[in-house]
Design a protein around this ligand. Structure first.
Ligand code: GLN
Length: 446
């Protein structure tokens, strides 16, 4: 089964940090026995899946791909892990990622890089690179990832799978190791749109343990999977088709727009005028929140503690110097700077104002359209090492995904075709809580 598949292909792909073989076999056995007794199984019961390694699993090592949490065994479950467990899911293991979800290629993992199953010379994207690679390489039926600025959608696009960043608040973040709390969301990575809706059914919903979790009427997301999209209004934000977009990727997207027209949708150009400010605003807000969230790794409460320091301050410094990788350190420094007295108004407050303008852009566009459509990424998967020396170029692979997290709206990336033999992702964006509309538009296309 899947454990054999992992054994066969993971030495090349390297999607897994931990394989929970014993647990998986025990769970599978329980399901078998239930079947033997002639009992009915739930939708996800007995289905093997895996979790990004920033989701806490009780009694199972959870590293966030960081040396600082290398041997951290959480004493509690993330709400999503608990919900999937209750649905009878079989946990195969924990998946590689960029350290603390900071990155776009999974090369920032504190342990090893994951490879793109379509081309092992290329990155799978990130930060949920292990999640998408495991699904693309048939090592798991589905996986969960987290998305702060594109970390589910960008790798889903690079590996040709379906990835959803739900509306902020739809999925509980309890037990998700925090990166930037006002942006982070957990979402499903699957092969098909229907599977994605099924997994969202299992993980969405209000949770008293997460104060930012929304109170809302949870639909059955599979009810939206109908083929008829006649009259669906699709807006095409022109700013997402500008400079930096690979012409072959653009060609695939233009073809997709024609498909939508032939299915009876109404396709029109629209504008999100503040798009160019999303990236700088994101990197201020995300790093500011990260610098605060990561202050807890001091060697006292979690994970690694440096040996041999003279005093307690020395121990803090040494632990953090040894435990965090270069990208994490860079972001802590940027964030701390942006939050410093005297700089706060110029940077953090300004970024928050820009965030409001971006929210309004989406509100205005989504008042006219049911969904907005763009490429998920400006290019297909890049080569391992190609961007790892240049953080700014790396950051640009998220230009199309970052604004969505700032606005808190849902967005889905689905495979749209191929350019030069590599998968191209199409991003569908909708109103808050309109995941159903995204599934409807995606299902008709798929
Ligand atoms: N690549 C972006 C970053 O590094 C997004 C990461 C994410 O969504 N977690 O911040």
């Amino acid at each position: 089964g899947f454990l054999d598949r992992i054994e066969a292909v993971d030495p090349d792909i390297r999607a897994f940090i931990t394989v929970t073989k014993q647990e998986a076999l025990a769970q599978a056995k329980a399901v078998d026995e239930k079947l033997g007794r002639g009992e009915k199984l739930g939708m996800l019961e007995g289905i093997p899946m895996a979790l990004k390694d920033n989701l806490c699993t009780e009694g199972i090592r959870t590293t966030c791909s960081s040396k600082i949490l290398e041997n951290f065994i959480p004493p509690y479950q993330a709400t999503v892990a608990e919900k999937l467990h209750d649905s009878g899911a079989v946990l195969l293991g924990k998946l590689n990622m960029d350290e603390f979800a900071m990155g776009s290629s999974t090369e920032n993992s504190g342990f090893f890089a994951t490879r793109n199953p379509w081309d092992p010379e290329r990155v799978p994207g990130g930060s949920s690179g292990g999640s998408v690679a495991s699904v693309a390489a048939d090592q798991a039926v589905y996986a969960l990832g987290s998305d702060t600025g594109g970390s589910i959608r960008q790798p889903a696009a690079f590996c040709g799978v379906v990835g959803l960043k739900p509306t902020y608040g739809v999925v509980s973040r309890y037990g998700l190791i925090a990166y930037a709390s006002s942006l982070d969301q957990i979402g499903p990575v699957t092969k098909t749109v229907r599977d994605n809706a099924l997994v969202l059914n299992a993980i969405a919903g209000h949770d008293a343990k997460d104060s930012t979790s929304a109170v809302f009427e949870k639909p059955d997301y599979t009810q939206f999977l109908t083929e008829d999209i006649r009259g669906l209004r699709i807006g095409v934000p022109k700013e997402y088709f500008g400079q930096g977009l690979d012409p072959h990727v653009e060609g695939v997207l233009q073809e997709a727009l024609r498909t939508y027209e032939s299915l009876g949708a109404i396709v029109e150009e629209c504008s999100l005028p503040h798009t160019e400010y999303a990236m700088p605003a994101y990197y201020l807000i995300a790093t500011a929140e990260a610098s605060s969230n990561l202050a807890r790794y001091d060697g006292v409460r979690y994970g690694r503690r440096a040996e041999g320091a003279e005093d307690v301050i020395g121990m803090f410094c040494q632990t953090r110097a040894e435990g965090f990788g270069p990208e994490v350190k860079r972001r802590i420094m940027l964030g701390t700077y942006a939050l410093s007295a005297g700089y706060y108004d110029a940077y953090y407050l300004k970024a928050q104002k820009v965030r409001t303008l971006i929210v309004r852009d989406f509100e205005e566009a989504l008042a006219k359209f049911d969904v907005l459509l763009s490429p998920t990424t400006p290019t297909t998967a890049f080569r391992i090492g190609e961007k790892s020396g240049d953080p700014l170029t790396m950051y640009l692979s998220d230009v199309c995904t970052v604004p969505i997290n700032l606005a808190g709206i849902p967005a889905l990336s689905i495979p749209a075709g191929f350019a030069d033999g590599l998968p191209v992702g199409m991003q569908l964006m909708g109103k808050h809580f309109a995941e159903g509309t995204l599934y409807k538009a995606a299902y008709a296309f798929e």
